[in-house]
Design a protein around this ligand. Structure first.
Ligand code: ATP
Ligand code: MG
Length: 342
C-alpha cells in the first residue's frame, strides 16, 4: 500500500492509529493519534516519539515475530492524564498500533471500589458499636438495670441506622434501574406535600422547627411517580428540619405552573427553604454524590447517611426535572425542584 492510500485509510478511522514502517519510522498517523502524541510525527523514528518502556518492548516483540501484543500507555494532553489500551499488531511489513481510551472504564471501576468501601465503612461503624454493647451487656452491665436500658436504647439507634442505610441503598438501585422509564401517574403535589409534612411533624416538633406549606388555591397535578416524589420531598423537608433547625422554620412553597427556561417548557416549582446555617459554596456541587456529607460528624449524629440527595437527583432526572440547590452561609438553604407538566 502506498503511503498516501495508507494515510487515507487511517484518517478515516475515528480511533488513534499509528503505523510504523520496516525502517522503524512512522509511516502514518491519523489526527486522533496526533492529538495524543503531538503533530508532525510522520517520518520520525518511533522510539523518539513513544518513550514508554512497556510499549517499546511490546513493539519489539511483534517485530521479532510474536503475536499481537496489548499494553498500556499513559497519555498527557496538558489538562488530564488518559490511560490507553494499545494493541500492537503486524500488517505485512508494517506494525499497526491502535489506542483505546480506558478512562471511562477505569473511572467506573474506581467508582465501584469507592462505593463498596463507603458501604462497608458505613455498616462497620454501627456494627462495631453493637458488638461492643452486646459484650458489655453480657459482662460488666449484666445486673445493672439502668445501664442495660441505656445500652438497649443506643443499640436500637445503631440498628435503625443500618436498616436505613440498607433501605436507602435498595431505593437507590431501584431508581437507577428505571431511570429511563418516564413515570406517568397523575400526582397531586399539594396533596403529597401536606401528607409528607404531616408524617414529619413529630420529628419537626422534637427539633423545635415549624414547617409551613404555601400552595396555590388550586393544586398542581404533574405526571410522575407518587412514591418517588414523596421520597424526594421527604428527604428535602427532613434535611431542612435536621440541618436547618437553628432557623426554627422550614418553608415549603408550591408555585403555579409557568414557563421555566430550566425545563425548556412549562413546569411547576416546589421549593424547600430553611433559615439554618447554610452550606459553604464549595460543597454545593458535590451534595448529590453518594455518601457526601458536609459535616460528617454532625450529619452522622442526626442519623444521615448522605444518600438522600443522590436519590433525589436520580428521581428528579427520571422525571426530566431539575434540582437547584442555593445556600448562603448564615442565611439558610433553599432547594428547588422543577417538574415538567408534560
Ligand atoms: P440521608 O438523607 O440519607 O438520611 P443525609 O441527610 O446526611 O442522609 P443528604 O440528604 O444527601 O444526606 O444530604 C447530604 C448532606 O448535605 C447532609 O449530610 C448535610 O451535610 C447537607 N445538607 C443537606 N441539606 C441541608 C440543609 N438544608 N442545610 C444544611 N446542610 C444540608
Ligand atoms: Mg437527607
Amino acid at each position: 500500500m502506498t503511503s498516501d492510500t495508507l494515510s487515507a485509510v487511517t484518517d478515516a478511522l475515528p480511533i488513534p492509529i499509528l503505523v510504523i514502517g520496516p525502517d522503524d519510522r512512522i509511516r502514518a498517523a491519523n489526527p486522533p493519534v496526533e492529538a495524543v502524541l503531538g503533530p508532525g510525527i510522520v517520518g520520525r523514528l518511533y522510539i523518539t516519539i513513544l518513550r514508554q518502556p512497556a510499549l517499546l518492548e511490546a513493539i519489539a516483540k511483534v517485530r521479532e515475530g510474536l503475536d499481537a501484543q496489548t499494553t498500556r500507555f499513559a497519555g498527557r494532553d496538558g489538562t488530564k492524564d488518559t490511560i490507553y489500551r494499545v494493541v500492537i499488531a503486524r500488517a505485512g511489513t508494517d506494525i499497526v498500533l491502535s489506542f483505546e481510551d480506558q478512562t471511562a472504564a477505569e473511572e467506573a471501576g474506581q467508582m465501584r471500589r469507592d462505593f463498596v468501601a463507603n458501604v462497608s465503612h458505613e455498616l462497620r461503624t454501627p456494627l462495631t458499636a453493637l458488638l461492643g454493647f452486646i459484650e458489655t451487656l453480657g459482662g460488666a452491665a449484666r445486673d445493672d438495670a439502668a445501664a442495660r436500658d441505656r445500652f438497649l436504647g443506643i443499640m436500637q439507634k445503631e440498628a435503625s441506622r443500618m436498616t436505613r442505610l440498607v433501605d436507602d441503598l435498595l431505593s437507590l438501585s431501584r431508581v437507577e434501574e428505571d431511570e429511563r422509564v418516564r413515570p406517568r401517574e397523575d400526582v397531586d403535589l399539594a396533596g403529597i406535600l401536606s401528607s409528607v409534612i404531616k408524617g414529619l411533624e413529630p420529628q419537626a416538633e422534637k427539633a423545635g422547627v415549624k414547617v409551613c406549606l404555601r400552595a396555590p388555591e388550586e393544586s398542581e397535578v404533574v405526571p410522575g411517580d407518587t412514591g418517588q416524589l414523596i421520597q424526594v420531598f421527604s428527604n428535602l423537608i427532613e434535611n431542612g428540619i435536621k440541618y436547618g433547625a437553628s432557623g426554627g422554620v422550614v418553608n415549603v412553597t408550591l408555585f403555579n405552573r409557568e414557563a421555566h427556561a430550566r425545563l425548556r417548557g412549562e413546569g411547576v416549582q416546589v421549593s424547600v427553604a430553611d433559615r439554618g446555617d447554610g452550606i459553604p459554596s464549595h460543597h454545593i456541587a458535590r451534595l448529590t454524590e453518594r455518601f457526601y456529607r458536609v459535616d460528617n460528624h454532625r450529619s452522622r449524629e442526626v442519623g444521615g447517611t448522605g444518600l438522600g440527595l443522590a436519590i433525589v437527583k436520580h428521581i428528579v432526572n427520571r422525571h426530566r426535572g431539575r434540582l437547584v440547590i442555593e445556600s448562603e452561609e448564615g442565611q439558610g438553604t433553599e432547594v428547588s425542584v422543577f417538574l415538567p407538566t408534560q
